[in-house]
Write a protein that binds this ligand. Structure first.
Ligand SMILES: [Zn+2]
Length: 496
């Protein structure tokens, strides 16, 4: 990063822009309309060579002056090249079409992520000092990370949440632990033949006749709320507990296994089998590796080790969900019920990954509010009123570009050409009304015949003959094929 004496970041941003402009030129060379790189490839270049450069250090340079930050409009230019849009098309619409949030929000997201990451670091981390509470805090208002990070964390409702340690190491070296047997036999079988409850029951009878079987499960029946449960049919034990909101299902599955292990630790049944329907949780435990919840995996391995050392035989087994394995169904129902408890029974801290996904949702909500309240999206707003839903980009470059241009309402038709000063008036040569996308598709008498057959195509899909239905992301894909054949037959594809 480039630092200047007064920390205006002008030098750094200048450097970022020079770097990105070079990439923009490469992208322009690659992006012919009916030849050259696909939209997917161009977006890949943007992600790798422009987005990454803009992102780097943005947590620090975010406090630069607004005018300085505004120079970073290379994002808009790059996305314009990706989507083949004319420079008259509104930038906010292109962001929604390409599923790239505005840079202000992107910076907010990355700041919140980094802030959450620091919360989980231990005190020896050099940057952690900046988020410590200090006497200055009340007196000075500064734009630096310590202040802004706290403010953003507070605004997003992350303040006061417990964060799991970012780096987690087991108390003893992993090779000293006794390994617990993890039976994925049924999982391997599942790929081959059909699995029914009798097969599962028989398998358990054959392999674990002597053992006490404990079923675990996690459930998220209501928005946000999370319940976990372990059930021992033989002893009529049924324990369900509500854990902290907003956790990932995977985390909850691990917590359920961990609780079952704790039960074993207290009651010492001699030989126990814990059955879970979460293959990802069991595989994490088996490999002692988890991207998001290393802390719980290590906890589980440590408890299991204690049990094994003291002579309790303990096995984990995968069983399929939703095929009426009785114990598994009980556990599922019990977890669902527990999620309805009025209070959280067990506080589980949040991992970096979980906070990240929370932040992502919050920022997406902000983007949506921005999109809803903005007046600059034009016709595109009515066609695509939800943000964060990029279209899949599997069509040819030409088709993708034509589609996007029609959606933006900025095409090579006269209505746009007038803005670009390439046409005297905006009128249609055939019927003298303003020539817009809407005019061509819905009104111009020149295309009456095509319109009628399009209308009957749409009726078959239960869609109406209006721009929203025709150009919508979801319903659109169905009739795009037909629209393109019409565009080709009439030669309109070259005009748009
Ligand atoms: Zn016309």
């Amino acid at each position: 990063m480039v630092f200047d004496a007064r920390l205006t970041w002008a030098g750094h941003i200048e450097k970022v822009i020079v770097k990105c402009k070079k990439v923009l030129n490469v992208m322009r060379c690659l992006a012919g309309v009916d030849w050259g790189a696909s939209r997917k490839a161009l977006k890949g270049i943007y992600d790798a060579l422009i987005k990454s450069v803009i992102d780097y250090g943005c947590i620090a340079y975010r406090d630069a002056a607004k005018t300085t930050l505004a120079k970073l409009d290379v994002q808009a230019q790059a996305l314009r090249i990706c989507s083949g849009a004319f420079h008259t098309s509104p930038a906010v619409a292109i962001q929604v079409e390409m599923d790239e949030m505005p840079l202000t929000l992107r910076r907010e997201q990355l700041t919140a992520n980094y802030w959450a990451n620091l919360q989980g670091q231990d005190r020896s981390h050099p940057t952690r000092a900046v988020i410590q509470v200090c006497w200055e805090h009340e007196r000075v208002k500064s734009q630096s990370f310590g202040w802004v990070g706290d403010a953003i964390g507070k605004e997003m409702g992350l303040e006061g949440k417990e964060f799991s340690p970012t780096v987690q190491l087991p108390a003893a070296p992993p090779w000293d632990y006794k390994e617990m047997y993890i039976d994925l036999g049924l999982l391997e079988e599942k790929q081959g033949i059909g699995m029914d409850k009798y097969r599962v029951q028989r398998y358990l009878m054959e392999m674990y006749r002597e053992d006490l079987i404990i079923y675990t499960d996690a459930s998220k029946p209501i928005d946000k709320r999370m319940g976990v449960a372990y059930v021992i049919p033989k002893l009529k034990v049924k324990i369900g507990q509500r854990i902290s909101d907003d956790l990932a299902v995977y985390t909850a599955e691990l917590v359920a296994v961990w609780l079952a292990l704790l039960w074993v630790e207290v009651n010492r049944p001699g030989k126990a089998v814990i059955a879970s329907d979460s293959s990802s949780a069991l595989i994490s435990i088996k490999t002692c590796q988890s991207k998001s919840r290393q802390d719980i995996v290590i906890e589980i391995i440590q408890v299991a080790n204690n049990l094994l050392q003291s002579g309790t035989e303990i096995t984990l087994i995968w069983v399929p969900a939703h095929i009426v394995v009785v114990g598994n169904e009980f556990a599922d129902r019990c977890a669902k019920q527990a999620a309805g408890n009025s209070n959280v029974d067990i506080e589980v801290n949040y991992s970096k990954a979980e906070i990240k996904s929370m932040v992502k949702n919050i920022v997406k909500g902000k983007w949506q509010t921005l999109w809803d309240s903005g007046q600059t999206g034009g016709q595109f707003f009515y066609i695509q009123n939800k943000v964060g839903k990029g279209r899949n980009m599997n069509r040819s470059k030409e088709e993708e570009d034509v589609l996007s241009r029609m959606r933006y309402g900025h095409t090579r038709l006269n209505k746009t050409l007038v803005i670009m000063k390439q046409h005297a008036d905006c009128n249609c040569e055939f019927c003298d009304s303003p020539e817009s996308v809407e005019h061509v598709i819905l009104q111009c008498p020149k295309y009456q015949e095509e319109r009628q057959s399009l209308s009957s195509q749409l009726q078959r899909k239960q869609l109406r003959l209006n721009l929203e239905d025709i150009l919508q992301r979801s319903s659109g894909e169905i009739c795009f094929k037909y629209i393109f054949s019409v565009l080709r037959n009439t030669g309109l594809i070259k005009t748009i």
